[in-house]
Design a protein. Structure first.
Length: 232
């Protein structure tokens, strides 16, 4: 007994199944290709938009040294983020003029001379500094330094109020934020980059919280730190 011949639908079923699988695979890869083509087109459009700007900057920088320095200072990473007016006018703007340095003011010497005269009067400070001490023994220098220390310390207590710049204990970790007072705090060691800086407090610093120097007569010559002494 012979087998019945398969129908047309049965003969076409494997072919239709293979065609269906092939269409699914083709659609999958077509979707991937479209995704990457879209990304490539977007990147290409961004590059094409920047190309005229880059070409202009390149040619202008080669011909104009001042403009090249201006570009170096700007460090513009993405010209497309600039407004259109800024992109057109940046090249025409001349480089900024250097800011004038702060005018130095001469410190009045009268107060310093009055204080130095007090240190000489109470602690023989000028005598000690003017004396050549290389020929003296360490014990002799130590004995003289004790007298100078006591007298100068008495002057500081009587005429000045000295306070530390930083309230933290020495050796503690402190952080210097951006904009810290460089006159009051001085970073030392390996200073690299921009604040904030974190390090150990080596010295708390000193600040004259109050000054109570005596008033002097207008006829007095404050440059005379100690009058000459003549024994009669």
């Amino acid at each position: 007994m012979t087998d019945p011949k398969p129908s047309t639908a049965e003969r076409l079923r494997p072919l239709l199944h293979a065609l269906q699988v092939g269409l699914r695979i083709a659609w999958h890869w077509l979707h991937i290709a479209w995704h990457w083509l879209h990304i490539f087109a977007a990147k290409t459009w961004i590059v094409l938009k920047r190309l005229p700007i880059a070409t202009y900057c390149f040619v202008r920088a080669l011909a104009d040294a001042d403009y090249a320095h201006l570009l170096t200072d700007l460090y513009v990473d993405d010209a497309s983020t600039l407004p259109a007016t800024a992109t057109r006018t940046t090249a025409a703007k001349p480089p900024p003029l250097p800011q004038p340095a702060a005018k130095l003011q001469e410190a009045p010497p009268d107060s310093a001379l009055v204080l130095l005269g007090l240190l000489q009067k109470e602690g023989r400070f000028v005598d000690f500094l003017q004396e050549p001490i290389t020929s003296y023994a360490d014990q002799e220098i130590g004995a003289a330094a004790r007298v100078v220390h006591e007298g100068c310390q008495r002057v500081l207590k009587d005429y000045l109020s000295i306070a530390p710049v930083r309230s933290e204990t020495e050796g503690s970790r402190v952080t210097l934020e951006r904009g810290f007072d460089a006159a009051a705090v001085r970073p030392i060691g390996n200073v690299v980059g921009e604040p904030p800086f974190t390090g150990a407090l080596v010295h708390r610093g000193w600040r004259a919280a109050e000054v109570r120097l005596p008033k002097v007569a207008g006829s007095r010559d404050v440059s005379i730190l100690a009058p000459a002494e003549v024994e009669l």
